[in-house]
Write a protein that binds this ligand. Structure first.
Ligand code: GTP
Ligand code: MG
Length: 280
């Protein structure tokens, strides 16, 4: 009898959900990936949309069930009136989730600040909060084609702090969408093959929060004193001390934190200007 040496792995079914405020582009991201098109007109998702797509991950056929949630609070408020249905639907929605896209709009600060609330709500509704640890999350900083108010550093840092992968996406142009879905599917399939336990993505940032804070202060400080973290009317010694401390953190030869090079230039310019006006 002939033995089939190349045993095919069994097809897998996985459950993916979308989360994030209304109008951040959740449905458009899914449409861009599944249908390769973009819809300009806003069509709010009512309740939850459901779709299926098939992909191949690690030589394995994967049937992806995608649940696309409405971000508008009106759906929660309305359902609070029918508390039983509300609880039931939300539990069903979150239950058995293996992968989740956390989406925000880079041109809308509120949508970024809401990410923690979405996670907290999921934890509360999922039934067993420990299940959260085995869900693969990816963060989508969407609408990168628009004028942004949340820069890449802030988004990346938030994702890193949670141990989630971060992607810059544009459902309009398609940028980052395939990479994001691939990472999401890869994470979920790897966990499924590991008995349902998530395998942590090794985060090798190579930079510290202190460096990121210093870069942000240099970028956003309202004057040179604030940029260098100095009081008004500092002495030349104060200025040079602050400069040395920051240059150790931010010198482009030493720092790989995003934005180091620009921040270092700002630091040099701020120091020169402050030394010129220093009186002692
Ligand atoms: P709800 O279903 O209400 O939760 O919203 P949603 O998050 O599903 O948003 P949706 O995908 O419907 O997109 C909202 C609006 O943003 C639409 O008008 C889209 O055309 C627009 N949009 C989505 N993604 C992008 C993007 O990457 N760039 C730009 N410029 N617009 C986008
Ligand atoms: Mg939608």
């Amino acid at each position: 009898m002939e033995v089939n040496s190349r045993k095919m792995k069994k097809p897998l079914r996985i459950k993916i959900i979308s989360m994030g405020n209304s109008e951040v582009g959740k449905s458009c991201i899914i449409k861009r990936y599944c249908e390769k098109r973009f819809v300009h007109k806003y069509l709010a998702t009512i309740g939850i949309d459901y779709g299926v797509t098939k992909v191949t991950v690690k030589d394995r056929e994967v049937k992806v069930n995608i649940f696309d949630m409405a971000g508008h609070p009106i759906f929660y408020e309305a359902t609070v009136l029918q508390n039983f249905i509300y609880t039931h639907v939300r539990n069903e929605f979150y239950k058995d989730t293996q992968g989740a896209m956390l989406v925000y709009d880079v041109s809308n600060r509120e949508s970024f600040e809401a990410l923690d609330t979405w996670l907290a709500e999921m934890k509360q509704d999922i039934g067993n909060p420990a299940d959260m640890d085995n869900i693969t999350f990816v963060v989508c900083a969407n609408k990168t084609d628009k004028k942004r108010v949340i820069d890449e550093i802030d988004g990346h840092l938030w994702a890193d702090s949670k141990g989630f992968q971060y992607f810059e996406t544009s459902a309009q142009g398609g940028h980052g969408i395939t990479d994001m879905f691939q990472a999401l599917f890869d994470g979920v399939v790897t966990a499924a093959e590991n008995g349902g336990r998530k395998v942590p993505v090794v985060m090798q940032l190579g930079y510290t929060k202190e460096q990121v804070d210093a870069i942000q202060r240099l970028k956003n400080g309202k004057d040179n004193y604030e940029k260098l973290g100095l009081p008004n009317n500092p002495s030349k010694d104060d200025i040079n001390r602050a400069f040395r401390k920051l240059s150790v953190l931010l010198h482009p030869d030493k720092s790989v934190a995003p934005g180091s090079e620009e921040a270092f230039k700002m630091l040099v310019a701020a120091r020169t200007s402050l030394l010129k006006s220093a009186t002692r």
